[in-house]
Design a protein around this ligand. Structure first.
Ligand SMILES: [Zn+2]
Ligand SMILES: [Zn+2]
Ligand SMILES: [Zn+2]
Length: 310
């Protein structure tokens, strides 16, 4: 005789479900909020609710149906997912550490945890998502360019400062803005940006939109500044066109200021507005239209000649 699976009535398989009554006033309250009560759950305090919007079910305390406004968790998650897409990130799920946060895959590929409200503000264009892992890489590169190593946040000097370790081993808190411009003096060994050798450089950038720009600046390590610090992503093309050695950082800074003054006076319309490159380059000024490139290279030639003469 072939084996037969015994068939039990539904109520036998899940005995506690549907045995208890669904009161009319519960069903009325559920309908008023866009739900239908399907059945009682194993836990008598709970009922199974079907959302009339997404048609999916979930379990809810019947006291919530009578006492407050029930919300469909599937519809809520659907909105979080849509917000994520609109904000340009991928929804990965709720953050188990924090009920008001979700986990998202950022464009860079890293996973970030963010409050749902923040994602809405990004969609509204009120703020941007900054990946902390990428941010850490950027700040490490800035420090390396200046000859330091990033240790972490400054314990007592506020959010604009970081703790860094010099190659001599000495640690100190420095304003990040000074690390970005390499203007740091070591309190341990006395090495100072002002007395260390430096360079005046000229760089060319091609932005993703096709705009060509040129930058004049000074750095103790222009190549590192270009490749590890200035460009925000691989879609930006950068070239170090020329660099002139200057005996000290202080002298390089003076020369750089003089050259910028001269360019700004003679070519005020060649200064690129910050809005054009703000998403692509980690600088706020000193960026010119590419048509100034020959002029800047001539200035650097003159500078090289005059520094050789002295
Ligand atoms: Zn729903
Ligand atoms: Zn990242
Ligand atoms: Zn030092």
């Amino acid at each position: 005789m072939p084996h037969q699976t015994p068939s039990f009535p539904h109520s036998w398989a899940k005995p506690p479900v549907s045995v208890l009554p669904i009161h009319d006033n519960w069903q009325v309250a559920a309908h008023a909020n866009g739900f239908e009560i399907m059945q009682r759950c194993a836990d008598p305090a709970y009922v199974e609710l079907k959302c009339q919007t997404c048609e999916r079910t979930h379990e809810k305390r019947h006291s919530v149906i009578l006492g407050s406004t029930p919300i469909c968790p599937h519809c809520v998650e659907h909105r979080w997912r849509e917000d994520a897409t609109a904000a340009g990130v991928k929804w990965l799920g709720r953050d188990p550490q924090h009920r008001k946060r979700g986990l998202y895959r950022a464009r860079c590929g890293h996973v970030v945890a963010r409050q749902f409200e923040l994602i809405k503000r990004i969609v509204a264009g009120n703020c941007a998502l900054r990946c902390e892992t990428c941010q850490r890489f950027t700040e490490e590169a800035e420090a390396r360019t200046a000859g330091w190593e990033l240790v972490g946040p400054s314990p007592d000097r506020g959010s604009s400062y970081r703790r860094y370790r010099h190659r001599c081993g000495h640690q100190q808190d420095v304003a990040r803005a000074n690390m970005q411009t390499e203007r740091v003096c070591c309190g341990g060994c006395g090495v100072s940006w002002a007395t260390a050798p430096s360079f005046i450089y000229c760089m060319r950038f091609i932005l993703p939109c096709g705009t060509q720009a040129v930058k004049l600046g000074f750095s103790r390590n222009p190549r590192s500044r270009l490749f590890h610090q200035l460009m925000c992503g691989p879609d930006i093309h950068g070239t170090l066109l020329d660099q002139v050695a200057i005996p000290t950082g202080r002298k390089a800074q003076r020369i750089e200021k003089r050259l910028h003054r001269c360019l700004e006076e003679q070519h005020p319309h060649a200064i690129l507005p910050y809005s054009i490159y703000q998403d692509h380059l980690r600088v706020r000024s000193e960026i010119y239209h590419a048509r100034l490139e020959p002029k800047i290279l001539l200035l650097l030639d003159d500078l090289a000649l005059s520094s050789r003469a002295t």
